[in-house]
Design a protein around this ligand. Structure first.
Ligand SMILES: *[C@@H]1O[C@H](CO)[C@@H](O)[C@H](O)[C@H]1NC(C)=O
Ligand SMILES: *[C@@H]1O[C@H](CO)[C@@H](O)[C@H](O)[C@H]1NC(C)=O
Ligand SMILES: *[C@@H]1O[C@H](CO)[C@@H](O)[C@H](O)[C@H]1NC(C)=O
Ligand SMILES: *[C@@H]1O[C@H](CO)[C@@H](O)[C@H](O)[C@H]1NC(C)=O
Ligand SMILES: *[C@@H]1O[C@H](CO)[C@@H](O)[C@H](O)[C@H]1NC(C)=O
Length: 765
């Protein structure tokens, strides 16, 4: 079974230690049923007359004709998706899957894969202060759905004081008591879990309870109550809150401690959430395959879009060009930016020099100085100096390490636990990567860069008894901010060369939010730190910020389509520049999310299901592939095609990919905007074109006389050839006396090689 990146989107070092567990479980899973795998079969024309019973029966019927026997059919079926679309998951041999895919009723059969998972000052930083204008009654009718590791009902962030009963539109069954789960209240109105592979997961609990902390963290960032005096042992103290503190939370637990998150469970969560009546879905989970048809998040989000629900998802933590995931045009894809705060620990060396390390160490030293040794000098007899330099398990001699601080290079995550486990005091970890997010340590520790590392190493070898001390972490202001996190996945989108992804950036570095008491802060062996709030980083943390803004916008405009809400968020984003990040729009999309401006965008670029179908046809998906997404057999591609412009979309951003030839490229983007501002308005266009590119817009002025009036225009982009891999950007801004509607325009020349794809697969995300 191939393992998909459904680890929660926290940055690499958080899950460096996860692969061990994953490998273990995959080995266990491989024993027995070796030739049988889980598959998902998509059937046409969803909602067979809305009768879930008959859909169930149809699934059994299909499997019976495949297997030749009712009992085998019943046994092989693991999930029937009947509420919001028509599909099922079953355990089959490759042969049976192939036969199934040829049956007339079946649109496609796709193997199940496993994804990995990838304060609160952040709201003030992006301009959603406590005092922001709110429509409280509407906000309390908003239901946000999260697909994650579960939730912690005891948390202050989810108490229901002052909440009325769930909104009338909520169709979720009231959630009961589960193991270690005290049940729902009027704040957490839904909590379910999905695990259809029936494999035991001893590190988790079959219940919506969150034993990991990730789901509790994302939920409270999105919709947590105001909690005063929240902090991580005094760090990042202040009032913690979500974007929409009055909204209701529905948790769909699809990610499990050992196995990650399965496609078939993600689809089951979509089926349920769409039926239950959530307004926005937030998914901080790794993407699967780069095509829109075989990825469960893409397929599920399409069905959600059909029902008017926006799906917001994390862009991924691979940090390199072309690694962005969850990049379908009907998904809002979120990159991670940093805020103006950082966590530093002072290190005092025996020679009197002070340096500043990075990371969260909550321990006060008990001595003035501790003896200091380099891991390389503490190697045990059986280990090489080279391995010991990285302080890997079983390479250090406990006698040499005892009561000392150890200087290590970052190899695998958790050297603080290794050193502590054999009697060391703490670690100074040297690395040139991951230095923009604070890692929490289980013992006194801090991270320094290579230059400082060399300085420390020189010091260690310049004296007979080197010594040092690491002080408790303090927080301080960081400049410049915002910046794009180094781990945040970059475009260009692997899904389409005509689509700019990620869409937007939001805070995802060192975010304080609610946590679980069922796991220590690091999850590392020997960690005795537990806290109701913790600091986490990742596009996982950025995603619920934007999902929260979407919910906030929806509380003002309950009837807006998912595309309109997304357009409002994108066109009002605060522009970021190439100075912020050299990879520019490939790193931050349209810029930093700007919550209060998103409520009043002036114009929106709207789209419906037909627009996306047209786009898919234009991208070369055939009718049967498109039918899998649309859930209907009656898709006719060619009829839709003429006169639709370069990207066949009405997207609020534009991206042109140049052919690798010597000629000038001319492309036309066709767009239409809907007036959602004052009835009478005139918008004038301002174009910024990068060097070597000519951009014109026709007409240059749009005048509106009533609300919801639609105006069309076209943007013509003429670009000179560029060298492979180069990317430049400009923008189109529509400006009225009251509104600014901005669309970035990206022009790039695709890299000829596609090494990132290979990297991605080789890497345990
Ligand atoms: C705030 O929290 C800190 C640390 O958790 C605690 O020591 C302090 O007493 C709290 N202050 C108030 C006013 O509750
Ligand atoms: C955080 O704690 C410090 C020290 O206890 C205090 O001076 C400061 O006012 C607190 N900040 C907030 C926002 O509560
Ligand atoms: C290493 O960190 C120090 C102190 O934070 C900083 O001054 C220096 O520029 C950094 N060096 C590199 C190569 O990043
Ligand atoms: C449609 O595309 C899919 C995926 O590329 C392919 O497997 C299938 O054979 C195609 N179907 C037709 C009818 O061309
Ligand atoms: C738009 O352009 C027209 C004509 O040039 C001008 O009169 C008007 O003031 C402009 N409006 C705005 C909002 O800039």
């Amino acid at each position: 079974m191939s393992r998909r990146r459904l680890i929660i989107h926290t940055p690499p070092y958080f899950w460096i230690f996860l692969p061990f567990l994953l490998v273990l479980i995959s080995l266990v899973g491989a024993i027995g049923d070796e030739e049988k795998r889980f598959y998902i079969a998509y059937l046409g024309d969803h909602h067979p007359a809305g009768n879930t019973n008959s859909a169930d029966q149809m699934h059994i019927h299909l499997l019976t004709s495949l297997k030749g026997c009712y009992d085998d059919a019943k046994e092989s079926l693991v999930y029937s998706y009947t509420k919001s679309f028509n599909a099922f998951a079953a355990k089959l041999t490759a042969d049976e899957a192939e036969k199934l895919s040829r049956m007339e009723e079946v649109l496609s059969v796709i193997p199940n894969r496993y994804h990995k998972l990838h304060t609160t000052k952040s709201w003030d930083f992006i301009g959603l202060p406590l005092t922001a204008r709110r429509k409280l009654r509407m906000e309390s009718d908003i239901i946000v759905g999260l697909f994650d590791t579960g939730i912690t009902p005891q948390s202050e962030s989810f108490k229901d004081d002052g909440f009325g009963p769930p909104p009338a539109k909520w169709k979720g069954s009231t959630c009961g008591q589960f193991a270690k789960f005290s049940g729902c209240n009027n704040k957490i109105i839904g909590a379910r879990y999905f695990k259809s592979d029936a494999k035991p997961d001893p590190a988790d609990i079959l219940s919506p309870v969150d034993v990991d902390g990730h789901g509790t963290h994302t939920s409270s960032t999105l919709a947590g109550n105001l909690v005063t005096n929240a902090s991580l042992f005094g760090l990042a103290n202040g009032t913690a809150r979500g974007a929409v503190p009055s909204a209701r939370v529905a948790m769909y637990k699809v990610c499990w401690a050992s196995s990650g998150c399965a496609d078939m469970d993600i689809l089951a969560a979509f089926d349920a959430a769409i039926h239950d009546g959530v307004d926005v879905i937030s998914i901080s989970i790794g993407g699967g395959s780069p095509d829109y048809i075989s990825d469960s998040i893409s397929v599920g989000a399409f069905h959600a879009m059909q029902k008017g629900i926006l799906t917001v998802a994390s862009a991924g933590n691979d940090g390199i060009l072309g690694s962005v995931v969850n990049d379908a045009p009907w998904i809002l894809t979120v990159a991670a930016s940093g805020i103006d705060r950082e966590f530093r620990s002072k290190v005092h060396l025996g020679n009197g020099k002070n340096i500043l390390g990075l990371g969260v160490s909550t321990f006060n030293p008990k001595q003035e100085l501790y003896p200091l040794i380099s891991g390389a000098d503490a190697a045990r007899d059986s280990a090489s100096k080279e391995d010991a330099r990285f302080c890997v398990e079983d390479t250090l001699d406990p006698i040499k390490v005892k009561d000392r601080l150890v200087y290590c290079k970052l190899g695998t995550w958790g050297t603080d636990s290794v050193v502590r486990g054999i009697g060391g005091v703490g670690t100074i970890v040297e690395t040139d990567r991951f230095l923009d997010a604070a890692q929490i340590f289980m013992a006194p520790a801090t991270m320094v860069n290579g230059t400082i590392g060399e300085f420390i190493d020189d010091y260690i070898h310049s004296t007979r008894s080197p010594s040092a001390v690491i002080y408790k972490t303090h927080e301080r202001k960081k400049e410049p901010a915002p910046f794009v996190a180094s781990f945040s996945s970059r475009g260009p989108s692997p899904g389409s060369q005509r689509l700019l992804k990620p869409d937007i950036a939001a805070p995802g570095v060192d975010i304080l939010a609610a946590y679980t008491l069922m796991k220590s802060l690091t999850g590392l062996k020997g960690d005795t730190q537990f806290s109701e709030f913790s600091i986490m980083s990742g596009t996982s943390m950025a995603c619920p910020h934007v999902a929260g803004v979407a919910a906030y916008v929806k509380s003002f405009h309950p009837n807006w389509t998912p595309a309109a809400i997304k357009s409002a968020i994108l066109t009002t984003a605060k522009p970021m520049s190439r100075r912020v990040n050299n990879e520019a729009e490939f790193a931050f999309g349209s810029g930093q999310v700007s919550p209060t401006r998103a409520v009043s965008p002036g114009l929106v670029y709207d789209m419906d299901e037909q627009t996306y179908i047209q786009f898919l046809c234009h991208e070369g998906y055939n009718a049967s592939s498109v039918a899998t997404l649309a859930g209907s057999k009656s898709v006719n591609c060619p009829k839709l095609l003429p006169g639709i412009g370069y990207d066949a979309l009405n997207y609020p951003t534009m991206q042109l990919s140049l052919k690798n030839n010597q000629q000038q490229t001319t492309s036309v983007f066709r767009r239409r905007v809907t007036n959602v501002g004052p009835a009478l308005a005139i918008y004038n266009a301002t174009i910024k074109a990068p060097k070597g590119v000519q951009i014109t817009v026709k007409p240059e002025s749009l005048s509106f006389s009533h609300v919801l009036q639609i105006r069309s225009f076209k943007v013509v982009v003429k670009a000179k050839p560029m060298s492979s891999g180069q990317m430049v950007s400009g923008s189109l801004v529509w400006k009225s006396s009251r509104h600014i509607v901005r669309s970035p325009i990206v022009i790039y020349s695709p890299q000829k090689i596609s090494t990132h794809i290979q990297n991605q697969q080789a890497k345990m995300q």
